[in-house]
Design a protein around this ligand. Structure first.
Ligand code: ARG
Length: 285
């Protein structure tokens, strides 16, 4: 895969892939033992701010319509990737997808645990650059508040959690092997925040995207292994108990020399003015 798969395939193919009809084939074999890739099963209680984005209309019911991840930053506001709201992914603009929902409080997609909450409205970063992938974030406002206190704290600029070498965890219901094996239950993988220079070297500009240090965060394992993969997009990367990244893109999954690229959450906080308390915390733009 030289491009994030949601941009590399047309809408109907995405439907078939996500429904499990057509297996995704990666260009290179995934590192042995790598599954998320390099991951392990987790219970939703270990990351209760994880939500699945779902449309059974668009993606079929076999995995409860899950096609992307998201993360609750307040009881009515979810962050996800801008590309998860793209018409090339959804087959229509998000406001035309009538059954767009978040699934919260559920580990196994096919259980009836937790809540399914309709998305009331969506805001896609107008600065999202589809050629570099910079600014890959969107804000969803939920029709009803989430139960409980399942909200993650966002790390602002300068937070120690962004320092290279920091241990981090990425979560998702996406491809667990790089071979199209979409998870039914939530998984996580251990990764580390990596120096911008590593991703600048890996992604100097090409079909996959171009690494932009101010807007993106580089994370993975130097030898490959733990990584996010297709279907994890929009989901959280958490370090020191705070949200530092949203799954955005990469070249393949878990390949040595091709780290995962995340939307840098401090840039989201800055762009939305959420750090300054001017418009109330987590107000939807
Ligand atoms: N673009 C993918 C998605 O839509 C996420 C890819 C992340 N890839 C990676 N190697 N970290 O689900």
């Amino acid at each position: 895969m030289r491009r994030p798969f949601v941009r590399a395939l047309n809408g109907s193919l995405v439907l078939a892939v996500v429904a499990g009809v057509i297996p995704l084939v990666s260009a290179a074999p995934v590192a042995a033992g790598s599954v998320v890739v390099g991951g392990f099963p987790v219970d939703i209680s270990e990351g209760p701010w994880n939500v699945a984005l779902s449309s059974r209309d668009r993606f079929g019911g076999t995995r409860a319509g899950q096609y992307c991840g998201g993360v609750a930053v307040s009881r009515t506001v979810v962050l996800t990737a801008a590309h998860c709201m793209g018409a090339d992914v959804l087959g229509a603009p998000p406001n035309r997808v009538r059954d767009l929902k978040v699934i919260a409080g559920r580990t196994d997609l096919l259980s009836d645990q937790g809540q399914e909450i309709p998305v009331r409205d969506t805001w896609v970063n107008p600065g999202y650059d589809t050629s570099t992938n910079a600014g890959d974030f969107a804000v969803l406002r939920l029709a009803e508040p989430l139960a409980g206190s399942s909200v993650v704290t966002m790390a602002s600029a300068g937070d120690a959690a962004y320092e290279p070498g920091t241990a981090a965890v990425v979560y998702g219901w996406g491809d667990a092997t790089g071979g199209g094996d979409y998870a039914r239950s939530l998984r996580a993988a251990h990764v580390h925040v990596l120096a911008d220079a590593l991703c600048e070297r890996a992604y100097p500009g090409g079909d996959d995207g171009t690494y932009a240090s101010g807007a993106m965060l580089c994370a993975g394992e130097a030898e490959g292994g733990g990584d996010a993969c297709q279907g994890d997009s929009g989901g959280p990367l958490v370090a020191q108990g705070k949200l530092v990244g949203l799954v955005s893109w990469g070249s393949g999954c878990g390949r040595p020399g091709s780290p995962g690229v995340y939307t840098r959450v401090s840039d989201v906080v800055r762009a939305l003015g959420w750090g300054r308390g001017l418009r109330g915390p987590h107000a939807v733009p």
